[in-house]
Design a protein around this ligand. Structure first.
Ligand code: ADP
Ligand code: ADP
Ligand code: MG
Length: 456
């Protein structure tokens, strides 16, 4: 087993990984930017090293600097978390070349599946259903128009290196496609340094359901079930739950089998996620595979009672899975709610929810600074219950306990969202936010629902 792991990340995921290492008796090295010098990860790690200024390009994305620090500090492995270098094949290869284990799949697998267009091609060859779309990359706007005319409008133009909902644009006509072409490419170039494009038919307001995969380096691959991530805003997840209100046992089994087939076709090992969209007739289509730990991984951890970070570390160290597919049991209903900062600045007071069935993942503390340089996601509230309704009621109560002062967040919005009839009935798709946010914001402007009820 590894003795010392460098965490090439920040925020809640860095703290999550450090906590896991502590439980496994593994020392940790936190790398940080000047902006993060007072972070919880820096305080919690065995050792910490400043690697540059605030801008990620000058710190958290500095591959060679991070590897140098790992060598100097005697680390035998690097955990990349999510975002940053987590799906960067060249970084994974450099780790290996320097005798450091990369906690994730191999560089070859990352190139194969991390590039969305090449993953799509592999899935077509494997017989996994994909959304109808372009063949190969689109080199010119003319290529895009030809492909769009063939699959039929509306289409979704997507960046092959994309992630976090960036670099994608809808187009309902050739004119819109022309606009989308330049803006999506510019966004992709800025965010990923790569503006390769492909396109897919736009499935109207689909459901997003993804399957969590765990595979070791000995050929064992299992599926730990789904997460429904259809509550999104601008293609970014806001709330994730499992089991999905949309699936029945038969469809669940079929999608899990397909996900395992996809992972095996890629020769996959480590934790990974196969993402699908489903149309109203519950036809499912592969959209991408995330070759890393995901933000919403705690949903599955609570659902099946497994520590996915621990498993990732064990797998990277060459160990076998200690669970078979038959042993996977889903024992509760779990919901994760992402808390995003709407402004930046100092948190002047913080109170986190706790109690039965509540878990919080965050790097916040009273007095910490929320920086404009990084992702706005600052905390995750994860609740579990025997039934979906119990989980919803627990989430409401947890969000009522939560107090964050000094900055604005989406917490009140998310609290009211849990009262929306369509959400309670589980009748939602990725169009939920667009359809309902005005109404929820109106409730917000009128004050807290629970208060109104108790006053009347
Ligand atoms: P998940 O798929 O785990 O739900 P998100 O799509 O919300 O994750 O992305 C998690 C974080 O990783 C966000 O900070 C996002 O901006 C970042 N991210 C995701 N994919 C990429 C990528 N290909 N390149 C850079 N950052 C990425
Ligand atoms: P990212 O790498 O940014 O996570 P994805 O390819 O996973 O990008 O897509 C993000 C979201 O965009 C999906 O969860 C879904 O809501 C929407 N989406 C993706 N592909 C399609 C499609 N073909 N039709 C409709 N919506 C889609
Ligand atoms: Mg995705």
């Amino acid at each position: 087993m590894f003795k010392r792991i460098l965490i090439a990340n920040r925020g809640e995921i860095a703290v999550r990984i450090i906590r896991c290492c502590m439980e496994m008796d593994i020392e940790t090295v936190a790398v940080y930017s000047t902006e993060d010098r007072n972070s919880l990860a820096v305080m919690a790690a065995t050792e910490s090293v400043c690697i540059g200024p605030a801008k990620a390009a000058d710190s958290y994305l500095k591959e060679d600097v991070i590897i140098e620090v790992a060598k100097r500090c005697g680390c035998d492995a690097i955990h990349p978390g999510y975002g940053f270098l987590s799906e960067n094949a060249s970084f994974a290869r450099k780790c290996l070349d320097n005798g450091i284990a990369f906690i994730g799949p191999s560089a070859e697998i990352i190139s194969r599946m991390g590039d969305k267009q090449s993953a799509r091609e592999l899935m077509i060859r494997t017989g996994v259903p994909v959304v109808p779309g372009s063949d190969g990359l689109l080199l010119t706007l003319e290529d895009a128009k030809t492909a769009a005319a063939r699959v039929g409008y509306p289409v979704l133009l997507k960046a092959s290196a994309g992630g976090g909902g960036k670099g994608m644009r809808k187009a309902f006509s050739p004119e819109e496609l022309e606009q989308a072409w330049s803006s999506a490419r510019a966004e992709a170039k800025a965010a990923f340094g790569n503006d390769d494009m492909y396109l897919e038919k736009l499935v109207q307001n689909p459901h997003h359901v993804e399957m969590q995969i765990l595979a070791d380096q000995h050929g064992n691959t299992i599926c730990l079930g789904e997460r429904d991530c259809s509550i999104q805003r601008n293609n970014q997840k806001l709330l994730e739950e499992a089991p999905s209100p949309l699936l029945d046992e038969k469809l669940r089994r079929k999608m899990a089998k397909t996900a395992v087939k996809a992972a095996k076709a890629a020769g996959y090992f480590s934790a990974g996620t196969v993402e699908f969209v489903l149309d109203d007739d519950r036809n499912f289509y592969f959209i991408e595979m995330n070759t890393r730990i995901q933000v919403e991984h705690p949903v599955t951890e609570e659902l099946v009672g497994i520590d996915l970070i621990r498993e990732q570390i064990r797998i990277a160290a060459g160990m076998k899975l200690n669970m078979t597919q038959d042993e996977v049991r889903q024992s509760c209903h779990t919901i994760e709610c992402r808390i995003n900062a709407a402004t930046t600045g100092r948190i002047t007071f913080l109170h986190m929810p706790a109690g039965y069935g509540v878990r919080v993942e965050s790097a916040l503390y009273t007095g910490c600074e929320i920086s404009p340089y990084y992702d706005s996601m600052i905390a995750k509230i994860i609740v579990s219950g025997k039934t979906r309704l119990e989980a919803i009621r627990r989430l409401r109560r947890a969000l009522e306990e939560l107090v964050i002062e000094g900055i604005e967040t989406n917490a009140d919005f998310m609290h009211l969202l849990t009262f929306h009839p369509d959400f309670i009935l589980g009748k939602y798709n990725t169009g939920f936010w667009e359809k309902n946010h005005w109404e929820i914001e109106e409730w917000l402007s009128k004050g807290n629902i629970a208060q109104t009820e108790s006053e009347s």
